[in-house]
Write a protein that binds this ligand. Sequence first.
Ligand code: C2E
Ligand code: MG
Ligand code: MG
Ligand code: MG
Length: 295
Amino acid sequence: QAKAAGRHRYAMFSAELNRVAQDRLKFETALRNALASDELQLHYQPQVCLSDGSLHGVEALARWRHPEFGVVPPDRFIPLAEEGGFITELDHWVLRRACRQLAEWRAQWSRDAGADPAAASAAIPHVSVNVSPTSFCDRRLPGLISRTLTAWGLAPGDLVLEVTESVLLDAASGGLATLGEVHRLGVGLSIDDFGTGYSSLSYLHRLPVSELKLDKSFVRELESDEGARALACAVMGIGASLSLDVVAEGVETDAQRTILLAQGCEVAQGYFFARPMPAAELTAWLRSRLAQSVG
Ligand code: C2E
Ligand code: MG
Ligand code: MG
Ligand code: MG
């Protein structure tokens, strides 16, 4: 009887597993389709220069609105795309879309500001795009980047790739080859979530890194934790001595902004300044700031 009960439990367990597998497949198929439809969107979050309030750049963040599942956060669907083997497709889509958007903003800005392309470039200096390790190690990336920049009339400095440290530390991954090519193109390279990975610092001066993003876990504790303050300060020091931009992410309060400014931080990104928003909203946000600074 015990045996029968065991079998029964096993049958239930495997039915449950089956259901989970089916749900996952359904989810994965939906995500693949999202790439082809307009369910996948980009939101853009400003990165603000603390000294004068000017725009340093904008980060593109992927959003998935499914008619049935609702809004699925990237922390859920990025891993799914990775496991499903189409993260590279997704990241390529993001890259093309973000470049197209930057070109459109600048064209619009030129029209508004009386056809001055320099003013348009100054208004939105670059777009940052997150690239997962798999996509970064894919040999097609440099070619795709250079074709996309050319297609939209953008300069290499108009694009920054955000990667995590793991890509640079694993010499076997193929990431280093891409890194060289991307650097030769002149595209910026930013280390995302800096301070949370393995943090072997030796790669920083050997590899063509242009920016560090101080992870939001440190920013969150700036007011309450002396250790977090000390670490943030150390990251500013590394940035200053290696001539790297440091962008503090997840800045939510004026107190955090004040501490960062005192530590010599030049650029910040977070809800205190603006949430990630659809392209049209960012246009309006930029316009209203321009109106304020002129008026
Ligand atoms: P990330 O690149 O480190 O992006 C920063 C995350 O912090 C974003 O979450 C952003 O919305 C959020 N954030 C911004 N300001 C604040 C703030 O003041 N407070 C707090 N608590 N959070 C803030 P999001 O958009 O949910 O993205 C999560 C992660 O998903 C990103 O982390 C990035 O690693 C990944 N991701 C997003 N889009 C893409 C993409 O197109 N490709 C790839 N490979 N990964 C992506
Ligand atoms: Mg990022
Ligand atoms: Mg980050
Ligand atoms: Mg991240």
